[in-house]
Design a protein around this ligand. Structure first.
Ligand SMILES: Cc1cc2nc3c(=O)[nH]c(=O)nc-3n(C[C@H](O)[C@H](O)[C@H](O)COP(=O)(O)OP(=O)(O)OC[C@H]3O[C@@H](n4cnc5c(N)ncnc54)[C@H](O)[C@@H]3O)c2cc1C
Length: 379
């Protein structure tokens, strides 16, 4: 596998790096957090990203997208990860729009995807109900009503759910929580009667929501894909989103590692840079190896989506297990090697650890994905 980027991809990387460094440096995340910004990201920045074609980067041209691949989306996500840029790329494109792209009917795709590509519509996916990622642990019920379905239940950690114009809600039409069969996906607009949305702030400063659905009525046309076979849509959506999140995490850990090496070269003790001590060099070498291994697996996983390879689910789990471990290691080492200042809020390095922790747990941690990899491999 070639690890080199094409000329066009290099160009995209440079543009993305310059744009994000100028418009969304780490201090922008701090500003959003400290001002308790009700949105949690800049809508203006999101519009500018849409103008650059990023909001619809993997969407087809017929829906106003750039029709590029995940290899390209991964480049943008990695650069966002480097400055901890808060954007709705994950919630809107990787989760919400992917559900519509993979299983939406003509009307749903036509009406919503073009607005996503323009940066006008924010989407979210309401899946999780407990403390951990467990995609089939869905107790939210969808009962057939006269014109459609009535949704009742609770959702948590709905990223950007507090500002989503439409949320894809995963509910159960039959079976018990934990079963793969019996799920269904419904598009629920933000002003739906019976829907209560409570904003929550995560440790990395980003926003999510808790949803309470008290008999929310949706039309039959709100269903995405076949009712009862929702997992057939959910699985590939989660695979793509997982791989995208890994690309962003790669940027976060690569930046945290580079900042740490630079600190080891400048912080002096006993008249020499602390990076001259072997004990720290060895730890830095372990980090470097882990970041490079992570880069290879992320690149392979992104390309597997573009090449429509059958091993996408396996690679999603390999990538997430690896990146979760790398995020844990590099996040911890970065703060420890910075010494006492690493835990202060004034220094940016601690923000990388916080983001790494949230990314590690989002869509399943390393243990979850090792178990999934084993199950998919027939162990
Ligand atoms: C929340 C908090 C509570 C604290 N409470 C106490 C307390 O109650 N009492 C107290 O005395 N102190 C306390 N401290 C201070 C703490 O002891 C120091 O922060 C810690 O020893 C790290 O020192 P430093 O920040 O100067 O890091 P640095 O000296 O800058 O170290 C940075 C990195 O370099 C490494 N390093 C440094 N020198 C060498 C060397 N010569 N060889 C190899 N590696 C080296 C370190 O291991 C680390 O990885 C506290 C700190 C914090 C953050």
């Amino acid at each position: 596998m070639s690890l080199a980027l094409s000329e066009e991809q290099e160009l995209l990387r440079n543009t993305a790096r310059e744009f994000i460094a100028e418009h969304s440096p780490v201090k922008e995340l701090r500003r959003l957090r400290d001002s308790n910004d009700p949105v949690g990201f800049s809508r203006e920045l999101w519009s500018q990203m849409a103008e650059l074609g990023w909001a619809g980067i993997v969407l087809p041209e017929e829906h106003g997208g750039a029709d590029l691949g995940y290899a390209e989306l991964g480049i943008v996500l990695e650069e966002c990860g480097r400055t901890l840029a808060a954007t709705p790329l994950f919630s809107t494109l990787l989760l919400g729009a992917n559900a519509l792209l993979l299983a939406g009917d003509g009307t749903q795709r036509k009406e919503i995807l073009a607005r996503v590509a323009k940066g006008e519509a924010i989407l979210a996916l309401a899946l999780q109900e407990g403390a951990h990622h467990a995609p089939y642990q869905v107790a939210t019920r969808a009962e057939a009503s006269r014109d459609g379905y009535k949704l009742t239940g609770k959702k948590t950690f709905v990223q950007d759910g507090h500002v989503a114009d439409q949320t894809v809600v995963v509910a159960r039409v039959s079976g018990k929580p934990g079963e793969r069969d019996g799920l269904a996906l419904f598009l629920v607009p933000k002003n739906a009667r019976g829907l209560q949305v409570t904003r929550t702030v995560m440790v990395d400063g980003r926003n999510a929501a808790q949803l309470q659905l008290d008999g929310v009525e949706v039309d039959r046309s709100a269903a995405i894909g076949t009712v009862g076979r929702g997992a057939d849509v959910l699985d590939p959506v989660l695979d793509r989103a997982t791989i995208g999140l890994c690309a962003e995490t790669l940027g976060t850990v690569a930046e945290a590692f580079e900042r740490t090496v630079s600190y080891l070269k400048t912080r002096k003790q006993f008249g020499v840079a602390i990076g001259s001590f072997q004990a720290l060099k060895h730890r830095a070498a372990v980090m470097f190896t882990e970041v490079e291994l992570s880069r290879s697996i992320v690149l392979d996983a992104l390309r597997a989506i573009d090449e429509k390879r059958p091993d996408v689910p396996l690679l999603a789990s390999v990538a997430k297990a690896r990146l979760s471990d790398t995020a844990f290691l590099v996040g911890n080492e970065a703060v420890q090697m910075h010494g006492g200042i690493g835990v202060t809020d004034e220094e940016e390095i601690g923000l990388f650890l916080k983001r790494a922790r949230v990314a590690e747990l989002t869509l399943g941690d390393a243990a979850y994905h090792r178990a999934r990899f084993a199950a998919l491999s027939g162990f």
